[in-house]
Write a protein that binds this ligand. Structure first.
Ligand SMILES: C[S@@+](CC[C@H](N)C(=O)[O-])C[C@H]1O[C@@H](n2cnc3c(N)ncnc32)[C@H](O)[C@@H]1O
Length: 287
């Protein structure tokens, strides 16, 4: 089924309204390849009719299928070596030292926003397990969220095909943190238990404030307009403790998102720390 200019506009506007993602007419191949089957499956005469059906909002399954199809879930384990080094050798040790002086010395809260199929939060959990020998005694929670139901359910299962494992997992980590299942590999309970998965749209309210010690929001805001990015990072700052760490994608820079974060450098990687006007309490300081 061929796309008209009107179809492209209708689809792009809907994608923008649902997910904040900016598509334009140069992405018509993407629209056709990802939505063509849904148009046919739901008996729509064209893309504009599919858009109308989704906009009606009565068929949540259809909306989910639309979102699953249009989002780009590209990810891999330990994506961006330098960022993981900054996490492992700079942010995590500093955080552990800082928390040691509080009433909750073993509590760590991390948010992997736009976690896709789970490789990012599991990579963080594996790194933590390597850094903290008695990790089972710690109170670690990695909250992993994504707008795509399909991505979240795959992430929750924690089972990966050989080709997915080969993208980033060393033999040593494979032996330690996975076991074979069918043709693939399942993440061990020790790592799975550190991560909880939920569906969350970053355009919607982010919930509780001053909660996260670290936020990873990588390779998603690049698809948003400048205004949406600015608003998102302003709201993300509010979810973080005052001495928290924010990590963004290797190709992302927060220079244009306003005064909410200050950049820091570790070797070949950058991270950000929130500039909170009013101090937000982190773990209660021991008297
Ligand atoms: C390219 S993946 C990035 C995954 C991972 N953070 C990484 O860097 O490897 C982008 C993810 O953002 C999600 N996404 C897109 N729009 C979103 C939104 N409005 N709210 C939450 N997640 C969104 C997509 O479903 C996709 O899984």
């Amino acid at each position: 089924m061929s796309l008209t200019i009107g179809d492209i506009d209708a689809v792009c506007n809907l994608v923008n309204d649902l997910c904040g993602i900016c598509l334009d007419s140069s992405k018509s191949y993407l629209i056709e390849s990802r939505l063509g089957q849904i148009v046919e499956k739901h008996g729509c005469k064209d893309y504009a009719e599919l858009v109308k059906k989704v906009r009606l909002g009565v068929d949540s399954q259809l909306t989910n299928q639309f979102v699953d199809a249009i989002t780009t879930n590209e990810t891999l384990f330990f994506r961006d070596k330098y960022l993981f080094e900054a996490f492992q050798y700079k942010a995590l040790p500093e955080l552990i030292d800082a928390r040691g002086k509080t009433a909750f010395p073993t509590r760590v809260r991390i948010w992997s926003a736009a976690c896709s199929t789970g490789q990012e939060p599991y990579s963080l959990a594996m790194t933590i397990a390597e850094m903290i020998p008695d990790v089972h005694r710690w109170d670690i929670q990695i909250t992993a969220t994504d707008i795509s139901d399909a991505a979240i359910s795959k992430a929750s299962r924690g089972v990966y095909a050989k080709h997915e494992i080969e993208r980033g997992v060393s033999q040593e980590r494979l032996k330690r943190f996975f076991y074979p299942e069918g043709d693939g590999w399942r993440i061990r309970d020790e790592i799975r238990g550190m991560v909880s998965f939920n569906r969350k749209n970053l355009l919607e309210p982010l919930g509780q404030t001053a909660r996260y010690d670290m936020v990873f929001c990588r390779n998603v805001a690049i698809y948003f307009t400048r205004e949406v990015r600015q608003d998102l990072f302003r709201r993300i700052a509010q979810t973080m403790v005052s001495d928290g760490y924010l990590f963004v994608g290797a190709q992302e820079f927060l220079a244009d998102v306003g005064p909410n974060f200050t950049p820091h450098q570790h070797c070949r990687s950058s991270f950000y720390r929130p500039n909170l006007t009013a101090p937000v309490p982190h773990a209660l300081v021991r008297s």
